[in-house]
Design a binder for this molecule. Structure first.
Ligand code: SF4
Ligand code: SF4
Length: 350
């Protein structure tokens, strides 16, 4: 593990040096909210941000992506050949990502990077990216990362973790990619014992503030069909307007749809985010729709994250507790409350 202290007055110069080595993305303020964007200047990175509205999954799994182009023009020498649209897989750093969002990418890997089903663009972007996280000294009231197995200082999905200790950042690498990054970084100093102690104190304080808000351990013991047929889904779905916000801003929602856009005798094959909250999501070509009712769609979202995933992987839930869906659902549907209802149902007899 490498570590260094970077004084805040030297931080822009350090970022600038990094920008000379690769593409650097960071949290940028857009008038009303923050989003991750490629930095044009080192000062554009606002490291005092809380979190972005949209998760940074867009950087690996774009909301809309041209996959291929094709031509049906017979006079075209490459007619009827599907050509991969140009993409940039050069090395890059994502600076200031929150530990929960980085952890979410590890969950998403289970969808995009498994033995027989490797999404080449997801894999290449993951390989070419170094994640430099920013510990959450002051988590939001709607965050619950510690409840779902991650935490405000979790290094699990990161290559480097930065902790804001007041006048500077303590940077610690947690992978060989992180080691390489820090070893080539200018402006660093030795970490003092006071700064190291401050990191410990901030971690303990943030974790204590979050606490454990519900018990996910009983979800695996619930009977699938009992949960599926539970009466509480009717109450939960009542206010949902199926806007899809919860799924679009969630770092662990990965669903997409592929469509062809045809312009004359040329076309683009495009991949767009999709949402289990939308009625068209499960519409079959026959016209049959197994989730035509709102209740079925709302139930699907929560059952997937808190039961199907739990039973399939036996390794936590498909939620990292970022709290975005809690903060931005227009009708205040709260996944924490749903999880409490699901985990409190009767447990299977041994
Ligand atoms: S954000 Fe809220 S209202 Fe919109 S689809 Fe999700 S749960 Fe329903
Ligand atoms: S379900 Fe909600 S709290 Fe959990 S990761 Fe997705 S947006 Fe964050």
């Amino acid at each position: 593990m490498s570590e260094m202290y970077i004084a805040k007055e030297k931080f822009p110069a350090t970022v600038k040096q990094l920008m000379g080595r690769c593409r650097v993305y960071g949290p940028v303020f857009r008038g009303q909210y923050h989003e991750f964007a490629e930095l044009k200047a080192a000062e554009d990175a606002d490291m005092g941000y809380q979190n972005t509205r949209l998760s940074p999954k867009e950087l690996f799994h774009p909301q809309s992506e041209r996959m291929f182009t094709y031509s049906l023009d017979k006079s075209d020498s490459e007619a009827e050949i599907l050509k991969e649209a140009p993409k940039d897989f050069s090395s890059r750093v994502i600076l200031g990502i929150r530990p929960c969002d980085a952890k979410a990418f590890q969950l998403d890997d289970r969808n995009f990077d498994v033995d027989r089903f490797r999404d080449p663009w997801w894999v290449k972007r993951r390989e070419s990216t170094t994640l430099v996280g920013l510990a959450c000294n002051q988590p939001c009231a709607s965050c619950f990362c510690t409840t779902v197995g991650t935490g405000p200082f979790d290094t699990g999905g990161l290559d480097v973790l930065l902790t804001d200790v007041g006048n500077g950042y303590v940077a610690r690498s947690t992978s060989s990619k992180g080691d390489d990054l820090l070893q080539g970084m200018e402006g660093g100093e030795k970490v003092s014992s006071e700064a190291a102690q401050k990191v410990m104190d901030l971690k303990i304080k943030a974790e204590k503030q979050l606490g454990v808000q519900f018990d996910v351990s009983t979800l695996s013991e619930q009977q699938m069909l009992e949960l599926f047929n539970a009466s509480f889904w009717d109450d939960i779905q009542f206010s949902c307007i199926n806007c899809g916000i919860c799924t679009f801003l969630c770092p662990t929602c990965w669903c997409f749809d592929i469509q062809d856009e045809v312009h004359g005798n040329k076309g683009d094959r495009i991949r767009n985010w999709d949402s289990c909250m939308f009625p068209l999501f499960t519409l079959h070509g026959s016209g049959h729709n197994p989730r035509s009712q709102k209740l079925q769609r709302v139930r699907q979202r929560f059952m997937h994250k808190l039961k199907y995933y739990v039973d399939k992987y036996k390794d936590g839930v498909a939620c990292v507790g970022c709290g975005r869906c809690v903060r931005f659902c227009p009708v205040n549907i709260d996944i924490r409350q749903v999880a409490r209802l699901m985990s409190a149902r009767c447990v299977c007899p041994a």
